[in-house]
Design a protein around this ligand. Structure first.
Ligand code: HEM
Length: 430
């Protein structure tokens, strides 16, 4: 198994990843195939592109791997020892406590929130429409706010009164910090009097205080019908655990959903045939279950532009055979949904938007298309997110006709995969 040379302990590789991460992955697969050994500083690491390898790491031998501690240390700064971060027995325990929040019987309450948020935003944006009946907006920013609005209302119910703009600002700072600190080999200490460190401290303090206050209000007040209430019941009133999991659901849940909506709208605006087919569907019903083509467009957008474009690095706890790859204890493994979802062996015209492929039974291996990951550590919010995204998309498509301003955006790997430079659009009232 060949890979690029390990000069300077892989510093040259890190520089290439920094410069063009998605291009680097494509180049590696093109040159070396499914299995690419890489040197990353002191670590031997592997890019794994084949669904059989991915199945071993995420499912059949998932117990053999943990998320790379160096990255988790970054996220633990504000997510605490939450479901997102924990490992082993502690993770198992957390997962069992958080899953009831996503049970089928809880969905109607969340759907009522999705519907209300969609209607509020349609009203707000229609009011902003100018004399020509069109709104000009950075749709990426709008979707980030819509997704945050949903995350706050589904988590904390109506008890939330803080300015959304402030929350949005501080969460954005944390997302940037997470991306920067996870990607850099060295992180400067927080006590240095640098502007970035001050912003980070302010954001962490603000978010911690906010979540703690909302949790305390609920612990001392009447129960609600939201995610927080389930966390309170399953965590048996343990304030720290409740705060950590509430914070991690707030952060895990909204950036990804916002990014997904951005890509769905960019792709629909670029493909007028698909857009008009979706608009026919939304004109006929309000039930997103009866909009198969819109659902297919969402799946196709997630395949092409998965917000979680690369999974957190995994580290092997012991020597293990991964579908023929001799992984040693301590090795790092990288799984990249952005690449596996575009594998020409499994997807016809892999880089093209062809939602029809999702209208019939999959012709690809299950582990080739994993925008929500897979196996025991798969996204707990998978069904929640699909419902959220389809209900918001349906209501907006009923009200507006979206058009791109300028060229189709280039994907930019940040903490999630986002349109580079935002998503300038014009939405015409319908
Ligand atoms: C389109 C939207 C979403 C996408 C694409 C997405 C994607 C993912 C992915 C890829 C992972 C696995 C990361 C890894 O293992 O490296 C993950 C984990 C997770 N997601 Fe999501 N997610 C979305 C929405 C949500 C929502 C709405 C919530 C909650 C409200 C949520 C909660 C979580 C949690 C708690 C985990 C960690 C699970 C664990 O470690 O056991 N996600 N998500």
């Amino acid at each position: 198994m060949n890979g690029p040379s390990a000069r300077l302990l892989g510093v040259d590789t890190l520089i290439r990843i920094r410069r063009d991460q998605l291009g680097f992955y494509a180049d590696m697969r093109g040159r070396y195939g499914d299995t690419v050994p890489l040197r990353l500083g002191p670590y031997r690491s592997w890019l794994l592109f084949h669904p059989d390898q991915i199945e071993v790491v995420l499912a059949t031998k998932s117990d053999t791997f943990i998320r790379f501690e160096r990255m988790m240390k970054v996220l633990r700064q504000w997510n605490g020892e939450s479901l997102f971060i924990a490992e082993g027995k502690s993770w198992h325990d957390r997962r069992r406590k958080v899953l009831p929040a996503f049970a089928q019987r809880k969905m109607p309450a969340y759907e009522a929130v999705f519907r209300q948020v969609a209607l509020d935003w349609v009203r707000r944006l229609s009011d902003q429409a100018q004399a020509d009946g069109a709104v000009r907006l950075d749709a990426d920013e709008t979707f980030a706010q819509i997704a945050l609005d949903i995350a706050l209302r589904t988590l904390f119910g109506g008890g939330f009164s803080e300015g959304m703009d402030q929350v949005s600002h501080h969460i954005k700072v944390l997302s940037e910090v997470a991306f920067r600190e996870c990607a850099s080999p060295i992180t400067l200490p927080d006590y240095l009097p640098l502007q970035g460190k001050r912003r980070k401290k302010a954001a962490m303090g603000f978010m911690r205080d906010l979540v703690r206050r909302l949790v305390d209000d609920r612990l001392n007040g009447p129960p609600g019908d939201d995610l927080l209430q389930v966390l309170i019941e399953t965590h048996g009133g343990d304030r720290q655990e409740i705060c950590d999991d509430a914070m991690s659901l707030l952060i895990a849940g909204h950036e990804t959903s916002g990014a997904a909506l951005s890509w769905i709208f960019a792709l629909l605006a670029e493909h007028p045939g698909a857009l008009s087919r979706c608009q026919d569907e939304v004109a006929q019903t309000h039930d997103v279950q009866r909009m198969p083509f819109l659902q297919a467009c969402i799946e196709e957008a997630l395949r092409l532009f998965p917000p979680g474009y690369t999974l957190f690095l995994r580290q092997a706890k012991s020597d293990v055979d991964v579908a023929g790859v001799p992984v040693r204890k301590g090795d790092l493994l990288q799984i990249i949904p952005f690449m596996t979802g575009r594998d020409p062996r499994f997807f016809d015209q892999p880089d093209s938007f062809k939602p029809e492929r999702f209208l019939s039974a999959p012709t690809w291996p299950f582990f080739a298309n994993i925008p929500f990951s897979a196996g025991p550590r798969a996204c707990t919010g998978h069904k929640f997110a699909l419902k959220e995204v389809s209900m918001i998309a349906a209501e907006l498509l009923r009200a507006f006709h979206p058009r791109l301003v300028g060229a189709f955006p280039t994907p930019e790997p940040r903490f999630s995969l986002r349109p580079q430079g935002g998503l300038p659009m014009i939405w015409e009232n319908r």
